[in-house]
Write a new protein. Sequence first.
Lengths: 144, 170
Amino acid sequence: MSAGHLSNDDFFLRLSELFDERRQKDHGSIHLTQKRMGYGEDTSVEASEPTVAQPFSDLNPSNPFPIIIRATNGKSKDHRGKKIKLSTIVDAGALDGFFAKYAEICKLGMSGLKKRDRSKQKEKLKAKKKKQGISVAATEVKKT
Amino acid sequence: MPYLDTAQSWLTQSTLLLQARPATTRISSKYTITHPPASPKAPKKRPSKFSKEPTESTPAPDPNAPRATLTLKTFDPVSGATLKYSTNKAAEVSRLIQILGRLARPMCGLPEVKDDVPVLGAGGAVEGEGSGAGGVGTPVVEGAPAAAGGKTGQQQGGGAGGKKKKKGKK
Protein backbone atom coordinates (compact mmCIF):
# COMPACT_ATOMS: atom_id res chain seq x y z
CA MET A 1 0.00 0.00 0.00
CA SER A 2 1.48 3.28 -1.10
CA ALA A 3 -0.42 5.63 1.16
CA GLY A 4 0.45 3.78 4.36
CA HIS A 5 -1.88 3.28 7.25
CA LEU A 6 -4.29 5.98 8.27
CA SER A 7 -4.98 7.08 11.80
CA ASN A 8 -8.24 5.77 13.19
CA ASP A 9 -10.03 9.08 12.82
CA ASP A 10 -8.87 9.58 9.25
CA PHE A 11 -9.93 6.06 8.47
CA PHE A 12 -13.45 6.76 9.71
CA LEU A 13 -13.61 9.92 7.69
CA ARG A 14 -12.53 8.20 4.50
CA LEU A 15 -14.74 5.20 5.17
CA SER A 16 -17.86 7.32 5.41
CA GLU A 17 -16.83 8.99 2.15
CA LEU A 18 -16.58 5.54 0.64
CA PHE A 19 -20.08 4.70 1.82
CA ASP A 20 -21.43 8.00 0.50
CA GLU A 21 -19.98 7.24 -2.90
CA ARG A 22 -21.72 3.87 -2.90
CA ARG A 23 -25.01 5.52 -2.08
CA GLN A 24 -24.74 7.93 -4.98
CA LYS A 25 -23.79 5.23 -7.46
CA ASP A 26 -26.62 3.02 -6.21
CA HIS A 27 -24.74 -0.21 -6.81
CA GLY A 28 -21.41 -1.79 -6.00
CA SER A 29 -19.70 -3.18 -2.94
CA ILE A 30 -17.57 -2.27 0.02
CA HIS A 31 -15.23 -4.83 1.50
CA LEU A 32 -14.02 -4.61 5.08
CA THR A 33 -11.55 -6.99 6.65
CA GLN A 34 -9.93 -7.37 10.01
CA LYS A 35 -7.04 -9.57 11.03
CA ARG A 36 -4.15 -9.74 13.44
CA MET A 37 -1.29 -7.42 12.63
CA GLY A 38 1.48 -9.96 13.03
CA TYR A 39 4.30 -8.30 11.15
CA GLY A 40 4.74 -5.02 12.97
CA GLU A 41 8.11 -3.73 14.09
CA ASP A 42 7.63 -4.57 17.73
CA THR A 43 6.48 -8.17 17.32
CA SER A 44 9.51 -10.36 17.04
CA VAL A 45 9.29 -13.33 14.72
CA GLU A 46 11.08 -15.59 17.16
CA ALA A 47 8.36 -15.22 19.73
CA SER A 48 5.77 -16.79 17.47
CA GLU A 49 7.90 -19.77 16.45
CA PRO A 50 6.71 -22.99 18.04
CA THR A 51 9.07 -24.67 20.49
CA VAL A 52 8.88 -28.02 22.26
CA ALA A 53 7.95 -26.40 25.53
CA GLN A 54 5.31 -24.23 23.92
CA PRO A 55 4.00 -25.90 20.78
CA PHE A 56 1.20 -23.36 20.42
CA SER A 57 3.01 -20.20 21.40
CA ASP A 58 0.78 -18.15 19.11
CA LEU A 59 -2.24 -19.03 21.27
CA ASN A 60 -0.88 -17.24 24.33
CA PRO A 61 1.19 -14.28 23.21
CA SER A 62 2.97 -12.28 25.86
CA ASN A 63 1.91 -8.97 24.35
CA PRO A 64 -1.50 -8.36 22.77
CA PHE A 65 -1.26 -7.82 19.04
CA PRO A 66 -2.80 -4.88 17.27
CA ILE A 67 -5.30 -5.64 14.52
CA ILE A 68 -5.43 -4.17 11.06
CA ILE A 69 -8.70 -3.06 9.52
CA ARG A 70 -8.86 -2.69 5.78
CA ALA A 71 -11.55 -1.23 3.54
CA THR A 72 -11.77 -1.24 -0.25
CA ASN A 73 -14.38 -0.50 -2.86
CA GLY A 74 -13.70 -3.82 -4.53
CA LYS A 75 -12.53 -2.43 -7.86
CA SER A 76 -10.16 -4.72 -9.67
CA LYS A 77 -9.12 -5.85 -13.13
CA ASP A 78 -10.28 -3.21 -15.65
CA HIS A 79 -11.26 -0.76 -12.94
CA ARG A 80 -8.12 -1.10 -10.86
CA GLY A 81 -7.34 2.54 -11.46
CA LYS A 82 -10.40 3.49 -9.45
CA LYS A 83 -9.59 1.21 -6.55
CA ILE A 84 -9.65 2.83 -3.14
CA LYS A 85 -7.80 1.10 -0.34
CA LEU A 86 -7.89 2.22 3.24
CA SER A 87 -6.25 0.66 6.22
CA THR A 88 -5.76 1.46 9.85
CA ILE A 89 -4.19 -0.24 12.83
CA VAL A 90 -6.07 -0.58 16.08
CA ASP A 91 -4.25 -1.29 19.31
CA ALA A 92 -5.66 -3.92 21.61
CA GLY A 93 -6.45 -1.30 24.24
CA ALA A 94 -8.42 0.87 21.85
CA LEU A 95 -10.72 -1.88 20.57
CA ASP A 96 -13.89 -0.89 22.39
CA GLY A 97 -13.76 2.75 21.41
CA PHE A 98 -12.89 1.94 17.85
CA PHE A 99 -15.69 -0.56 17.34
CA ALA A 100 -18.26 1.72 18.90
CA LYS A 101 -17.47 4.35 16.31
CA TYR A 102 -17.06 1.75 13.58
CA ALA A 103 -20.58 0.47 14.27
CA GLU A 104 -21.92 4.00 14.07
CA ILE A 105 -20.31 4.63 10.68
CA CYS A 106 -21.39 1.30 9.25
CA LYS A 107 -24.94 1.81 10.46
CA LEU A 108 -25.09 5.16 8.70
CA GLY A 109 -23.30 3.92 5.62
CA MET A 110 -25.23 0.72 5.05
CA SER A 111 -28.46 2.52 4.36
CA GLY A 112 -29.44 0.24 1.49
CA LEU A 113 -30.41 -2.57 3.80
CA LYS A 114 -33.99 -3.41 4.65
CA LYS A 115 -35.46 -1.21 7.33
CA ARG A 116 -37.41 -2.78 10.10
CA ASP A 117 -41.07 -2.95 9.26
CA ARG A 118 -42.75 -0.78 11.86
CA SER A 119 -46.22 -0.60 10.34
CA LYS A 120 -47.48 -3.62 12.28
CA GLN A 121 -46.04 -2.33 15.54
CA LYS A 122 -47.75 1.00 14.98
CA GLU A 123 -51.09 -0.68 14.46
CA LYS A 124 -50.67 -2.58 17.69
CA LEU A 125 -49.76 0.59 19.52
CA LYS A 126 -52.83 2.33 18.17
CA ALA A 127 -55.08 -0.50 19.26
CA LYS A 128 -53.52 -0.40 22.71
CA LYS A 129 -54.01 3.33 23.03
CA LYS A 130 -57.61 3.01 21.96
CA LYS A 131 -58.24 0.39 24.60
CA GLN A 132 -56.61 2.51 27.25
CA GLY A 133 -58.60 5.51 26.17
CA ILE A 134 -61.82 3.56 26.45
CA SER A 135 -60.96 2.20 29.87
CA VAL A 136 -60.01 5.66 31.11
CA ALA A 137 -63.26 7.02 29.80
CA ALA A 138 -65.14 4.20 31.48
CA THR A 139 -63.51 4.86 34.85
CA GLU A 140 -64.33 8.52 34.51
CA VAL A 141 -67.92 7.66 33.82
CA LYS A 142 -67.96 5.46 36.90
CA LYS A 143 -66.55 8.25 39.04
CA THR A 144 -69.22 10.68 37.97
CA MET B 1 -19.06 -24.84 5.94
CA PRO B 2 -20.94 -22.17 4.02
CA TYR B 3 -23.76 -19.97 5.30
CA LEU B 4 -24.96 -20.17 8.89
CA ASP B 5 -28.57 -19.45 9.75
CA THR B 6 -28.23 -17.06 12.66
CA ALA B 7 -25.78 -14.39 13.68
CA GLN B 8 -25.49 -16.13 17.03
CA SER B 9 -24.28 -19.40 15.54
CA TRP B 10 -21.89 -17.49 13.31
CA LEU B 11 -20.49 -15.78 16.39
CA THR B 12 -20.14 -19.05 18.26
CA GLN B 13 -18.41 -20.88 15.46
CA SER B 14 -16.19 -17.94 14.58
CA THR B 15 -15.12 -17.59 18.19
CA LEU B 16 -14.06 -21.23 18.22
CA LEU B 17 -12.15 -20.83 14.98
CA LEU B 18 -10.42 -17.70 16.21
CA GLN B 19 -9.47 -19.36 19.47
CA ALA B 20 -7.90 -22.18 17.53
CA ARG B 21 -6.09 -20.06 14.96
CA PRO B 22 -5.86 -16.46 16.13
CA ALA B 23 -2.83 -15.62 14.03
CA THR B 24 -4.14 -16.44 10.58
CA THR B 25 -7.92 -16.15 10.72
CA ARG B 26 -9.40 -13.05 9.14
CA ILE B 27 -12.90 -11.66 9.07
CA SER B 28 -14.22 -9.95 5.97
CA SER B 29 -17.48 -8.07 5.72
CA LYS B 30 -18.92 -7.29 2.33
CA TYR B 31 -21.64 -4.72 1.83
CA THR B 32 -23.09 -5.04 -1.65
CA ILE B 33 -25.78 -3.14 -3.50
CA THR B 34 -26.85 -4.97 -6.63
CA HIS B 35 -27.81 -3.16 -9.80
CA PRO B 36 -31.41 -1.97 -10.02
CA PRO B 37 -33.75 -4.57 -11.57
CA ALA B 38 -34.23 -2.46 -14.68
CA SER B 39 -30.51 -2.31 -15.42
CA PRO B 40 -29.02 -4.81 -17.89
CA LYS B 41 -26.41 -5.67 -15.31
CA ALA B 42 -29.02 -6.68 -12.74
CA PRO B 43 -28.54 -10.15 -11.31
CA LYS B 44 -30.70 -12.60 -13.20
CA LYS B 45 -32.54 -15.40 -11.57
CA ARG B 46 -31.46 -18.65 -13.10
CA PRO B 47 -34.27 -21.00 -14.00
CA SER B 48 -34.43 -23.99 -11.74
CA LYS B 49 -33.23 -27.29 -13.11
CA PHE B 50 -36.27 -29.12 -11.88
CA SER B 51 -39.11 -26.94 -13.13
CA LYS B 52 -39.02 -27.08 -16.90
CA GLU B 53 -41.94 -24.77 -17.50
CA PRO B 54 -41.21 -21.15 -16.73
CA THR B 55 -43.51 -20.17 -13.89
CA GLU B 56 -44.62 -16.57 -14.06
CA SER B 57 -46.21 -16.65 -10.64
CA THR B 58 -43.42 -14.65 -8.99
CA PRO B 59 -44.31 -10.96 -8.98
CA ALA B 60 -42.03 -8.44 -10.63
CA PRO B 61 -39.47 -7.07 -8.15
CA ASP B 62 -40.28 -3.74 -6.62
CA PRO B 63 -37.89 -1.15 -8.08
CA ASN B 64 -37.64 0.60 -4.73
CA ALA B 65 -37.10 -2.54 -2.71
CA PRO B 66 -33.83 -2.62 -0.78
CA ARG B 67 -31.22 -4.52 -2.74
CA ALA B 68 -28.27 -4.37 -0.40
CA THR B 69 -26.87 -7.25 1.58
CA LEU B 70 -24.21 -7.55 4.24
CA THR B 71 -22.16 -10.73 4.28
CA LEU B 72 -19.75 -11.65 7.04
CA LYS B 73 -17.08 -14.24 6.44
CA THR B 74 -14.55 -15.77 8.79
CA PHE B 75 -11.77 -17.49 6.90
CA ASP B 76 -8.64 -19.26 7.97
CA PRO B 77 -6.31 -19.73 4.99
CA VAL B 78 -4.25 -22.39 6.73
CA SER B 79 -7.03 -24.87 7.46
CA GLY B 80 -9.37 -23.53 4.80
CA ALA B 81 -12.24 -23.19 7.26
CA THR B 82 -14.87 -20.71 6.15
CA LEU B 83 -17.89 -19.46 8.06
CA LYS B 84 -20.40 -17.11 6.50
CA TYR B 85 -23.46 -15.20 7.53
CA SER B 86 -25.55 -12.99 5.31
CA THR B 87 -28.30 -10.54 6.15
CA ASN B 88 -30.29 -7.76 4.54
CA LYS B 89 -31.71 -6.25 7.73
CA ALA B 90 -30.53 -2.80 8.72
CA ALA B 91 -31.48 -3.49 12.33
CA GLU B 92 -28.77 -6.11 12.62
CA VAL B 93 -25.85 -3.92 11.54
CA SER B 94 -24.87 -2.41 14.86
CA ARG B 95 -25.14 -5.77 16.59
CA LEU B 96 -23.00 -7.40 13.93
CA ILE B 97 -20.30 -4.76 14.24
CA GLN B 98 -20.39 -5.27 17.97
CA ILE B 99 -19.81 -8.95 17.30
CA LEU B 100 -16.86 -8.02 15.11
CA GLY B 101 -15.49 -6.10 18.05
CA ARG B 102 -15.87 -9.09 20.31
CA LEU B 103 -14.15 -11.31 17.79
CA ALA B 104 -11.30 -8.85 17.57
CA ARG B 105 -10.31 -9.73 21.13
CA PRO B 106 -9.07 -13.26 20.46
CA MET B 107 -7.50 -11.84 17.32
CA CYS B 108 -5.46 -9.47 19.46
CA GLY B 109 -4.62 -12.23 21.89
CA LEU B 110 -6.72 -10.77 24.67
CA PRO B 111 -8.79 -13.00 26.96
CA GLU B 112 -12.45 -13.57 26.21
CA VAL B 113 -15.02 -11.24 27.69
CA LYS B 114 -16.38 -13.15 30.63
CA ASP B 115 -20.07 -12.30 30.82
CA ASP B 116 -21.05 -12.37 27.18
CA VAL B 117 -24.79 -12.53 27.72
CA PRO B 118 -25.44 -8.95 28.89
CA VAL B 119 -23.35 -7.53 26.04
CA LEU B 120 -25.37 -9.41 23.49
CA GLY B 121 -28.63 -8.58 25.20
CA ALA B 122 -27.88 -4.88 25.31
CA GLY B 123 -26.95 -4.78 21.66
CA GLY B 124 -29.68 -7.17 20.60
CA ALA B 125 -31.67 -5.75 17.74
CA VAL B 126 -34.39 -8.31 18.25
CA GLU B 127 -35.95 -8.35 21.68
CA GLY B 128 -36.68 -12.04 21.52
CA GLU B 129 -33.08 -12.94 21.06
CA GLY B 130 -31.99 -10.89 24.04
CA SER B 131 -34.50 -12.45 26.37
CA GLY B 132 -33.74 -15.87 24.92
CA ALA B 133 -30.09 -15.53 25.78
CA GLY B 134 -31.02 -14.32 29.25
CA GLY B 135 -33.33 -17.28 29.78
CA VAL B 136 -30.67 -19.76 28.87
CA GLY B 137 -28.07 -17.87 30.82
CA THR B 138 -29.86 -18.64 34.06
CA PRO B 139 -28.53 -21.93 35.37
CA VAL B 140 -30.62 -24.94 34.43
CA VAL B 141 -30.27 -26.47 37.87
CA GLU B 142 -32.36 -23.69 39.28
CA GLY B 143 -35.89 -25.01 39.47
CA ALA B 144 -39.24 -23.32 39.58
CA PRO B 145 -38.41 -19.61 39.91
CA ALA B 146 -36.54 -19.41 36.65
CA ALA B 147 -38.85 -21.73 34.77
CA ALA B 148 -41.42 -19.16 33.71
CA GLY B 149 -38.88 -16.69 32.33
CA GLY B 150 -36.88 -19.43 30.71
CA LYS B 151 -39.85 -20.85 28.90
CA THR B 152 -40.96 -17.62 27.29
CA GLY B 153 -37.39 -16.85 26.35
CA GLN B 154 -36.91 -20.17 24.65
CA GLN B 155 -40.08 -19.81 22.67
CA GLN B 156 -39.00 -16.48 21.26
CA GLY B 157 -35.35 -17.15 20.56
CA GLY B 158 -35.23 -20.91 20.22
CA GLY B 159 -32.42 -20.97 17.69
CA ALA B 160 -30.07 -18.85 19.72
CA GLY B 161 -30.83 -20.81 22.85
CA GLY B 162 -29.91 -24.12 21.28
CA LYS B 163 -26.57 -22.92 20.06
CA LYS B 164 -25.63 -21.47 23.41
CA LYS B 165 -26.35 -24.76 25.11
CA LYS B 166 -24.10 -26.60 22.69
CA LYS B 167 -21.28 -24.22 23.46
CA GLY B 168 -21.70 -24.87 27.17
CA LYS B 169 -21.45 -28.63 26.75
CA LYS B 170 -18.10 -28.50 25.01
